[in-house]
Design a protein around this ligand. Sequence first.
Ligand code: SF4
Ligand code: SF4
Length: 240
Amino acid sequence: MQINGDLLNKVKAAVGKNSTSYLEKILLASTEHGNFGMDLLDRLRNQLPATKCANCGQCCNSVSIYSLEYHRIVRDLMTRCSPERLHRFFVSAMRPDLRQADIGKEKRLRCVFRDEKSKVCLIHPVRPFACRIFGLLKEDGSRECDQVEDLNFPARAVSESELTELQTKILENSESYQVFENTEKIHFFPFEFWVFRHVFSPQRALQIYREVLTGMSTPLSQLWQKEIQLDPIQENNYEI
Ligand code: SF4
Ligand code: SF4
C-alpha cells in the first residue's frame, strides 16, 4: 500500500519544530482522562493466564490498542519517567518512519516500547491486551508462538468467546472512530494513532492512520484491503 510521503514529511517537520508543546498536550489529555477504567483493566488482566516467553522481540511491533489502554500507558509513564525520557518516547511515537522494519515477509512498525539493547518491554506491567493474549494456549492446543509457556500448571486454554467477552468490556469504555466511509467504527488503533489524536485532532490522526501508518504495516494494510478498495492518495493542500 502506498504511503503519503508529503503528509509524512509534514508530520516530521511539525514534530521537529513543536515536540515540546505536543508533549504537553499528550500529558494533559491523559491527566484529564484520570483514573477512569484503570481498575477495569487490572481486573481483566488478572483473568488471563500468566505466561513467560523467550523474549526474542519478534512480535514486538506496534499493536492496536484501545483508548483506555493508551491512557493507562501514558499515565504509567508519567509516574516514573523523567521529562527527557517522556519526550524521547513520544517523539519516537510521532516518527514512525524511524521504526520501520521488515519482519519475515511483512512490513512492520517496531513498538515504541521495545528496548532492543536490554531486550525488555519498557511498559511490561501495563502492556496492552493484544500483547498479553499473544501466545496463550488455545482450545485446539495450539499457540501463536510456541516459545510461550504458562507459569501455572496445568496450562489453561482460553477460548475465543472468553477473549471477546473481556475485550467487549474494554471497548465499551473506549473511544471509537470510523476510518473509511461505509466501514464500521472501530475501537483499536496503534499507539501512534492515539498520540496524534491528542496532538492534532481525531480527523488528522485518522488521515495519518489511513495514509501513513497503514502503509507501513502489512497487518493493517491487509485489514483494510479486505474491507475496502483503497483509493489512490489525493494531492494535499493542508497544513499541520
Ligand atoms: S511471544 Fe514469542 S515471538 Fe513474541 S517475544 Fe516472546 S518468544 Fe518472541
Ligand atoms: S508493549 Fe511491550 S510486549 Fe507489547 S509489543 Fe510493545 S514491547 Fe512488546
